[in-house]
Design a binder for this molecule. Sequence first.
Ligand code: ADP
Ligand code: NI
Length: 213
Amino acid sequence: MNKQTIVADTIDMVKEKLNNEGSGHDWYHIERVWKMASKLAAKEQANSYIVELAALLHDLIDDKLVSSKDEAVQEVEYWLEGAGVSSSDSERIMDIIQTISFKGGNGRKLTTLEAQIVQDADRLDAIGAIGIARCFTYAGSKGDVIFNPELSVRESMTEKEYREGPSSAVHHFYEKLLKLKDLMNTETAKQIAEERHAFMEDFLIQFFNEWEG
Ligand code: ADP
Ligand code: NI
């Protein structure tokens, strides 16, 4: 099986799977991460085949989307085998998708360039105009308000508190989004993050101007 066919088949499978996803992990999130990751891979001279497959599959084992993570991991492994991916490539891909998410990553620096790239691409999609849109969509789906001035910003919290505790979309900027710029791994992503970060800061200035009337 050639690599192009494997990537194309994976696109079809992921598209089908994430068809009706409403929490910001829809196919278009995956498509943006995949395209950004491909671009970063070219600039950073990484293995683009590994990067592309890991980007396409990165959210299929997210515990926000699946009821059993172990089963989801097995399903993806099974898919790769069936698609004709060699077992050593499959191992590299599975390793990336299991370690990149910020929650699962535990702040541990990723060791391979390919993993760093997929993580950067995923994080870039959480900032800038798209990141703002995703934040409000996610907050809405969780029942959070746009902003609640009575809540404080939680600087450090457990994953459960972060996920379930009372918050607001605007709080999420301070709890996570504004920190992402400094967490980028690659030089290329750092550059792209600058502009997106500045846009979020402008957004917040305008937001609070309007809030205060
Ligand atoms: P990923 O795409 O890396 O899996 P997450 O699952 O952590 O990202 O979050 C998906 C999107 O929802 C991101 O844009 C993120 O910023 C946003 N998000 C996550 N948690 C919250 C929250 N508590 N409030 C608002 N937005 C959130
Ligand atoms: Ni993602």
